[in-house]
Design a protein around this ligand. Structure first.
Ligand SMILES: [Ca+2]
Length: 397
């Protein structure tokens, strides 16, 4: 698959270049060997290896199912825990008490307190945004809330739900639930299709917000493009459609493009670049199969009108959160995409050239942790949280 020989990577403005050489880091057989990539470099690219000597530190292992994190202006992290709490973690390992005032979440299965984003003006307004599974009489739905972090950091104030994914459903899977502010200061929300066969087709139904990437204002209003107005029955907040369970979203630091990681079926985990109005295919096209091994739909991997992933993994690695490296601690990582791998139990480093993945590296495999989310620290190190309750820093001391 990878080009023979040695390929030098011209990493934008990086002071150092890494080399990509075969073979691919993945050595296990695919889950769906009958499917072939649409283009060279769409899966199993050549391996890349970090040349900088760095250390990994366990900052704390006192968290309980941490799910999402965001760096505060002073370098500490605000962290959500799936079971409904939020804490502040210092890079020296100090973990705060639970912040109070968080609405009760339905924490069954994959539900709970999920994604988190700081207001771009957090330093002056102390506003935060978060997603939780809101329990109601007919089931639950992902809800986006905003709140102010109190001056003494012990409580959320003026908690307001600004958006609710629809329809409500009685289930406990595939909520999506990640948040990111785009370059215009509006809020991108990832929404899953709730997994079940009853709701899966709704990823293709734009009268619902399941299985979509949504774009809303800080008050929860749809952000539309006058040149691409929605059809009469479409929900105007839909930015893109055809997603399964998107658990990672990040804005490219130089292009401003929206990159997304999506938990696919067995053998179909994806990286996508998200553009308005584009249909990303699920469940019409996919490189994966059902957990039983059965084909999904007509067993198609390509179809006109449905966008291809930039990259996919087969076998599955179960991508969680993603982050672009924007620090100066390890210059050769500049603008690389890092992906937390849950079932794979490692952190993936992807070296990019424009919209193409050039090289893949797997970090932290010896830790044997399910990496739920990754993020940049204000100190230029990479940080990660795991389902087992750890937070790591990764970089040069
Ligand atoms: Ca797709």
């Amino acid at each position: 698959m990878a080009a023979a020989g040695l390929v030098l990577i011209a990493a934008c403005s990086s002071t150092k270049s890494s080399t990509v050489s075969g073979p691919a880091v993945e050595t296990l057989p695919p889950n769906s060997p009958q499917y072939k990539p649409a283009f060279e470099g769409q899966t199993r690219v050549g391996s890349v290896k970090t040349e900088t000597v760095y250390t990994t530190n366990i900052i704390t292992q006192a968290l309980v199912k941490p799910w999402s994190m965001a760096a505060l202006p002073d370098g500490r992290f605000l962290v959500t825990e799936k079971l409904g709490s939020m804490r502040i973690v210092s890079t020296n390992g100090t973990v705060s008490n639970k912040i109070t005032g968080i609405p009760a979440a339905d924490t069954a299965g994959q539900g709970g307190l999920l994604g988190l984003a700081l207001d771009p003006d957090f330093a002056s307004n102390r506003m935060i945004y978060f997603v939780f599974s809101e329990p109601v009489a007919t089931g639950n739905h992902a809800a986006v809330a905003k709140a102010r972090l109190s001056n003494n950091e012990t409580a959320l104030e003026n908690v307001t739900v600004i958006y609710r994914v629809t329809p409500t459903y009685r289930g406990d899977k595939h909520n999506g639930g990640k948040l990111a502010f785009n370059k215009d200061g509006n809020l991108l929300v990832t929404s899953g299709e709730r997994s079940d066969l009853a709701t899966r087709p709704l990823a293709q139904d734009n009268s619902t917000s399941l299985g979509k990437i949504l774009l809303i204002t800080k008050t929860g209003q749809a952000v539309t493009d006058p040149l691409m107005l929605p059809k009469p029955n479409d929900r105007p907040e839909i930015f893109s459609s055809g997603h399964r369970n998107p658990l990672g979203i990040a804005i490219h630091p130089t292009t401003g493009d929206i990159w997304e990681a999506e938990m696919g079926p067995k053998g179909g985990d994806e990286i996508n670049i998200i553009r308005r109005g584009v249909n990303y295919g699920w469940p019409v096209i996919t490189y994966g199969v059902e957990y039983s091994g059965a084909t999904i739909g007509e067993g198609l991997t390509q179809k006109d009108g449905y966008e291809q992933p930039v990259y996919y993994w087969d076998p599955s690695i179960s991508p969680g959160g993603i982050a672009f490296y924007t620090g100066r601690n390890i210059p050769e990582w500049e603008n690389n995409l890092f992906v937390g791998s849950l079932s794979g139990k490692h952190i993936i480093r992807l070296v990019l050239d424009g919209n193409k993945v050039l090289g893949e590296e797997r970090l932290m495999s010896a830790e044997n942790q399910r990496f739920r989310d990754v993020g940049m620290g204000k100190d230029g190190k990479l940080y990660a949280i795991t389902d087992e309750g750890r937070m790591y820093s990764i970089g040069r001391d």
